[in-house]
Design a protein around this ligand. Structure first.
Ligand code: ARG
Ligand code: ZN
Length: 859
């Protein structure tokens, strides 16, 4: 059943207070909910309709008296003309141990935990499960004390005590009204790491991180990140934390990354645990970013929440923007921007180019879980970033203050947020709002004209937005285009200006331009568009060496790389010597130690196949890989000695640190290693093995394994075996072991894959393990996944069908690599379509999988 934004109506009943009691037994959990309902003035019907599923109701009372005037269907309980004001008490039984969907209350490695967003609360008890019903909660949890010594819920601990038969209880109260998707419960045998934070008004907040015994050595980075995030939100947004306690719990079985439940954030272990021996630099950065993200939700999501799920980007787009800025402030802004844009192009542009393209504020869905997408999150963040650019930091901050002041304690819409931007700035943001409504990646064409006599430079811009499923003839968008001008020597003559494009075609004239300039367009990637320019290779080379904008410096090099890859794809003997020589200049700069090493590492990295694919009209992964590899090998041949020097100069110094400088050094050395081993010969394998043997951290080990994964040399098996033996006690590292093998671009991959699938450590019920094998293969091994035999598609198809019955959310995520089927070569297209059709023909498809597969096929 499709749900439409236009059908929104307010809830007929308001909820005063929710009193929940959980009695946990091994074979079942008894949930008793006592809820005060008050009919609202705008209620169009007196019927109370509660969402609920997968539970057995054992008793219902109205105002304390046994009540049976309700009807129950598969997903609802209805009470006709329920009354003006009453208390409804429902007792039901659920079975968390058999809950493999990991929504609602479930068990993970012996502990109970919850995931209620978006619609998991209805698996716990009957309730109006919608984000605009806000209420205070009190919660009592009772369980065996020995097995579950830790019993947590939201808010403040108000009572605790022992009971008969070795049982105990805790009682919690959350005084701030919240929607039920922010409810959380944890019961388990966990250890706790403690710290505290003093807020700007001087209050002390206790900070607790709960993990399994043995993992406590891996929590320090998460704790430091939390304290930095709390401070950052005070400084940048003036937002203070309101409760005396902030808990984080790490669990091994989790559908997503983490969840912002009020004062009881629940995390995937992958985004909490980090130690140099077991986590890469990327992992350390993700932990910091996601700890920040969930903490920032306290204000953007929890205190101000969403009216309905079509407004998901209200909290997610804004909170991603906030976590991106937090990370940028903690390390290198340009590097962070490069990595974020790279991800946007790889995942969000591909979503936009597929039949699953949807607006940041979608207008319909079948299953909301399918809309936790890169469009809602990452493109949503770009929309906030553009508003920040248009208003400027100071006015943006005023608008944010206004937003919190107006809407604290309310459930609101994306329109309400943009209206605050309009009100605080006095600007008309109505055209800007089209960004929320129109799907698809806009294209922006730029061409320049220099008039020497007038000393004027005119930049002509043209925008368009492609038709997408159900949307044609889109209106022009309000696009902030950040532009600066350089002269022929590379001096910046005109600093960054924000050109505001509002028409389909528009020209902007710069005065006092003494000579033909080179424009640096879309600095910092000021809008999420596909830009094409009339810049020559020489113009791009100048920008690559001289631009003052770190992002565009990198971007120019990437554009040159793309142009050369195109040339080789069109003609395998094309002359790429200029590009290869220029690469040498960057290597020399890196050796000379000019500039930020993390940035240099990115400058020395060619666009990935996935990013290149987004520039192609017809995608042929094998052809892209061939051209790309040809260029990489040419670079290695031309610059072998310089690369070896770069590698040696950036050798491990012994002491480990996660400072941006240390991470930059490792990134640069590992890029040199990657280029040096691209030919996969004997020497390459020996070099990679030496790197592995000398490593004192996971970043270097993973880099070495990645260089060996395609190899046929004996070192490959030796190193992979050592890695497994060394780290088999660490689930998150075993995930990496699966991933690195699933990404191997070599003929043996299909045999390897079958063995990995049968490996005793593979577990289809654990989402991290599924991702480590299947997502790694389908998304990060494009050549083998898109093997013309169709074997890759068959692997994914079977996994989706198997998971559909176990965990629909995870099954549905796995559809992603097939959604763009129409863009591939005819042979691949047919095979991808067949795989989708086979899934479609499977009986008992979940809503999740049905929605994505049927929409993908319909196109
Ligand atoms: N709100 C969470 C976050 O962004 C994501 C939870 C989504 N969960 C889900 N099952 N769809 O941090
Ligand atoms: Zn979020």
């Amino acid at each position: 059943k499709t749900i439409y934004l236009k059908d929104y109506t307010p809830a007929p009943y308001r909820v005063g207070h929710v009193n929940l009691s959980f009695t946990l037994f091994e074979d079942k959990t008894i949930v008793k909910s006592e809820v005060q309902y008050i009919k609202t003035a705008d209620a169009t019907s007196g019927d109370l309709v509660l969402n609920g599923q997968d539970q057995v109701v054992t008793a219902v009372e109205m105002d304390g008296i046994r009540f049976d005037g309700y009807t129950i269907t598969a997903h609802e309980m209805t009470i006709k003309d329920a009354g003006e004001k009453f208390t409804l008490t429902i007792t039901s039984e659920i079975d968390p141990a058999s809950n493999t969907a990991l929504e609602g209350l479930y068990k993970s490695q012996g502990s109970y935990c919850t995931q209620c967003e978006a619609e998991g609360f209805r698996r716990i008890t009957y309730f109006q499960d919608r984000p605009d019903v806000l209420s205070t909660f009190s919660v009592r949890i009772e369980a065996d004390k020995h097995k579950y010594p830790v019993l947590l819920s939201n808010g403040n601990l108000v009572d605790t005590g022992d009971l008969a038969h070795g049982r105990h209880f805790t009682a919690w109260n959350d005084p701030f009204p919240k929607p039920c998707y922010l409810f959380a419960l944890v019961a388990g045998n966990l250890v706790r790491i403690e710290d505290s934070f003093q807020t700007m008004s001087g209050r002390q907040v206790a900070l607790h991180i709960y993990v399994r015994a043995g993992d406590e050595q891996q929590c320090d980075h998460a704790m430091q990140s939390l304290k930095k995030a709390m401070k950052w939100d005070e400084e940048k947004y003036g937002r203070e934390y309101q409760l005396d306690l902030f808990n984080i719990v790490a669990v091994s079985d989790f559908n997503m990354g983490a969840m912002e439940n009020t004062s009881l954030n629940i995390f995937n272990t992958k985004l909490v645990l980090a130690h140099q021996e077991t986590a890469t630099d990327t992992d350390f950065d993700s932990v910091e970013a996601v700890i920040g993200h969930e903490y920032f939700h306290n204000w953007t999501g929890n205190r101000v929440t969403c009216r309905d799920w079509f407004q998901l980007s209200l909290k997610e787009g804004l909170t991603v923007f906030r976590d991106q800025e937090f990370s940028a402030d903690m390390s290198s802004r340009a590097v962070k921007r490069i990595d974020d844009v790279d991800q946007l192009r790889r995942l969000q542009f591909s979503e936009d180019a597929s039949p699953l393209a949807h607006a940041v504020q979608p207008d319909n869905f079948i299953e909301i879980s399918n809309f936790y997408t890169t469009t809602v999150y990452e493109k949503g963040a770009e929309l906030i970033r553009m508003q920040h650019t248009l208003l400027g930091q100071e006015t943006y901050r005023k608008a944010a203050d206004l937003y919190f002041e107006r809407y604290d304690g309310h459930a609101v819409t994306c329109n309400d947020f943009v209206q605050c931007m309009a009100d605080a700035s006095g600007r008309d943001m109505s055209q800007f709002f089209l960004w929320y409504k129109q799907a698809g990646t806009p294209t922006l064409k730029a061409s320049g004209q220099y008039n020497a006599a007038q000393q004027q430079y005119t930049l002509s811009l043209t925008q368009s937005q492609p038709d997408t499923a159900g949307q044609a003839d889109k209106k022009p968008l309000h696009i902030p285009v950040a532009v600066g001008l350089l002269d022929a020597l590379g001096n910046e003559t005109h600093a960054t200006q924000i050109l505001e494009m509002t028409a389909r075609e528009q020209s902007f004239t710069f005065d006092h331009v003494p000579s033909r300039p080179v424009p640096s367009i879309l600095r910092g990637f000021s809008a999420p568009v596909k830009l094409t320019t009339d810049l020559s290779d020489d113009d791009l080379r100048l920008l690559q060496l001289k631009d003052t904008d770190g992002f565009n410096k990198w971007e120019s090099g990437q554009t040159l790389a793309l142009r050369n890859i195109e040339r080789v794809m069109a003609d395998a003997t094309a002359d790429i010597s200029q590009f290869v020589d220029d690469f040498g200049i960057i290597i020399e700069q890196a050796i000379a130690g000019v500039g930020d090493k993390a940035l240099l590492a990115r400058a020395l990295t060619l666009p990935t196949i996935a990013v290149i694919a987004q520039t192609q009209t017809v995608i042929d992964p094998a052809a892209i890989d061939q051209a790309r590899t040809h260029i990489l090998k040419s670079i290695k041949r031309a610059h072998k000695d310089a690369l070896a020097r770069l590698y040696d100069d950036n050798a491990n110094t012994g002491t480990f640190s996660v400072s941006p400088a240390a991470m930059g050094r490792r990134a640069l050395q590992n890029v040199a290693l990657e280029l040096l081993t691209v030919t996969n010969g004997k020497g390459c394998a020996a070099r990679a093995k030496a790197h592995y043997d000398g490593a004192n951290n996971m970043t270097d080990r993973v880099a070495a394994l990645a260089c060996l994964s395609d190899s046929t040399q004996p070192e490959r098996e030796l190193v992979f075996a050592d890695f497994y033996e060394r780290f088999k006690a660490y689930q998150l590292v075993v995930d990496k072991w699966f991933t690195l093998q699933a990404m191997a671009n070599r003929p043996a991959i299909f045999d390897d894959f079958a063995k990995l699938r049968q490996h005793h450590e593979f577990n289809i019920k654990n989402p991290n393990r599924v991702r480590s094998l299947y997502s790694a293969f389908a998304l990060n091994n494009p050549v083998q996944f898109h093997h013309p035999s169709g074997q890759g598609y068959a692997i994914l198809r079977d996994a989706i069908i198997e998971l559909n019955a176990i965990n629909p959310q995870i099954a549905s995520r796995l559809v992603t690599p097939l959604r763009e089927w129409k863009r591939y070569t005819p042979v691949l297209q047919t095979q991808m379509q067949d795989a989708l059709q086979a899934i479609m023909n499977t009986p008992n498809l979940s809503n999740d999988v049905f929605e994505l597969v049927s929409k993908s096929l319909k196109g």
